[in-house]
Ligand binder design. Sequence first.
Ligand code: ZN
Length: 137
Amino acid sequence: MKVHVREIVLKTRNRLELVDITHRVEEIVAESGVKNGLCLVFAPHATAAIIANEHEYGLIEDILKKVSEEFPHNGKWKHNRIDDNASAHLASAFLGAERTFPVVNGRLVRGTWQNIFLLELDGPRPIRRIIVEVIGE
Ligand code: ZN
């Protein structure tokens, strides 16, 4: 079994932001040499999430709006007594910091309208890391 691990490092520019990482994840799958297996995309951050959905300008705005509505930045969250980012922790906890994709015949399997995004919830940040681990044969 092959195990191929790489890290994507990027910076974010806004408090809430979607960064499309599809191309970089697919490059890592291609270079892994894995034909059939799984690709884990994991953000080792408590205030970010990984999602898969359509890269369409309006939808991106809709997703960020929905996150703001569900997890309002100025909500009366207890964590805000020691830090200013409870909404980011909550969104990350509920949305999840990882997604797993099948790898079949050397390619990551996703829907036509399923791009892979880092969802920044507490930006801007100079460094956000995403671990991409491809395992299989
Ligand atoms: Zn915090």
